[in-house]
Each structure stands twice: as structure tokens, then as C-alpha cells.
Design a protein around this ligand. Structure first.
Ligand SMILES: [Zn+2]
Length: 232
């Protein structure tokens, strides 16, 4: 083969490679970007069996956990906790009854990591024995309750990073987690997440004590601390 023929073949080969690469880019541009990432849709049913979840709070722990609970189980509760701890920017929580210490610990951990946490809860249930609301308030987390005395804040949902929604029948109590038949959906459907976020913002504004002072039935005082109330 002459040098001239060889150079011609090499030239044609280079053109073919360039056209091939450009063709791939063109095909890629036609492919919808959404297709590359499946949106999360998960259902969790309770009761959930007791199991150790220490590793979720501290994934880099090097020594084995000495607690007597079963280890290494993937349960509905451990999944719920994993989702909750996945928040990086914000957590907007509407919870009627919040007394589960492990979930409270997760919320405190998010707060300590700099996640913006807002909690909306029920005025009566926030003051029951075992409620974690006082613990959250003490840590400096923003908590509000509904101001209308004729209405309960009965929602049970959380919006994480304006991206993930956790909702269902589950109150964040130990009884609900371990003893009740409950359901929770974890979903990233943008339209649903947006609807819940808008509802949260609406309720949050309506529950702003600064806009409705002084409210005789409020159990959170002006300093954002749990105040004694004769109504609860
Ligand atoms: Zn353990």
C-alpha cells in the first residue's frame, strides 16, 4: 500500500470516528434527562420489629454495638429513619403526636448538622407526658402549633429538602411504630411534594405567634419555650 493510500484511509477513519461521536451526542440530547433517574416510591408498613438503629446515627462507628437488640435488620422503622436522616438542607415536619425518642434524636442530629428544621405540631399533644417537643424547643428548633382552639393539627407528614415526602397514618410515637398497624409512603413525585410544601408553608404562617399576639391558648411563649398552660 502506497503512503498516499494509507494517509487517505487514516483520514477517512478519523472522519468516521468524529461523525460517530457527534451522532452519539445528538442521540443523547434527544434522550429525556428525567429518564436517567427513577423517582423514589416506597411504602412502609408498621408495626416494625425492634432492632438496633445505632449505625444510622453514626455510620463510621468502628466497634460493635453492645445493646441487646437484634442487629443488621432492615425494618420499616430503620428505612423511615434512613430517609429522615437523608435531609441535607431542610426538614418541614407536621406531626400530631411526637414522643418517639429515636426519631427525636434524628431531628436533633439534623439540626446540629445545620439542616433548617421547622416543626408544626398539635397544641394539646405537644404537652403530654413523653412528648419530645420540649426537647426540640430546648435545642433551639423552631416549633409552632395551631392557634385555633377548635382544631387539631392532625397531619403526619414531613418534607425533606423540598424533594422528598414522608406521609401516612404514623404518629411519631413508640406505640405507633411497634404496636400499631400503620402505613407510610415515601415519595419524590415533584407535584405531590410541592402541594405538601405549600400546605406546610400556609399552616406555618397561620401559626405564627408574632402575627397573632398575645394568644391566650398558646403553649409556646414569646421566647419559643414551652409555657405552662391550664388548657392542656
Ligand atoms: Zn445495638
Amino acid at each position: 500500500m502506497s503512503l498516499k493510500k494509507l494517509l487517505k484511509m487514516l483520514g477517512l477513519g478519523a472522519v468516521a470516528v468524529i461523525l460517530g461521536l457527534e451522532g452519539l451526542d445528538w442521540l443523547r440530547s434527544l434522550w429525556p434527562r428525567q429518564v436517567s433517574r427513577q423517582l423514589l416510591k416506597e411504602v412502609l408498613f408498621f408495626p416494625s420489629p425492634p432492632s438496633c438503629v445505632e449505625h444510622l446515627y453514626n455510620p463510621v462507628r468502628t466497634h460493635p454495638c453492645p445493646c441487646p437488640l437484634p442487629h443488621g435488620l432492615d425494618t420499616s422503622f430503620s428505612r423511615l429513619l434512613e430517609h429522615l436522616l437523608s435531609a441535607r438542607v431542610s426538614l418541614d415536619l407536621c406531626m400530631f403526636c411526637f414522643s418517639n425518642i429515636q426519631l427525636s434524636r434524628a431531628v436533633l442530629l439534623l439540626h446540629s448538622r445545620g439542616v433548617r428544621v421547622r416543626v408544626l405540631t398539635d397544641r394539646e399533644y405537644m404537652a403530654i407526658t413523653g412528648s419530645q417537643i420540649a426537647v426540640l424547643l430546648k435545642a433551639g428548633i423552631c416549633v409552632r402549633h395551631e392557634l385555633a382552639i377548635t382544631m387539631h393539627m392532625h397531619h403526619k407528614f414531613a418534607v425533606l429538602d423540598s424533594r422528598k415526602l414522608i406521609t401516612g397514618s404514623l404518629n411519631w410515637t413508640m406505640t405507633a411504630v411497634q404496636s400499631n398497624q400503620e402505613n407510610v409512603i415515601v415519595i419524590e413525585e415533584p407535584e405531590l411534594v410541592q402541594s405538601y410544601e405549600e400546605e406546610f408553608n400556609k399552616l406555618w404562617e397561620a401559626s405564627d405567634p408574632a402575627k397573632h399576639p398575645p394568644h391566650p391558648h398558646s403553649v409556646i411563649n414569646a421566647k419559643g419555650l414551652l409555657a405552662p398552660s391550664r388548657d392542656v
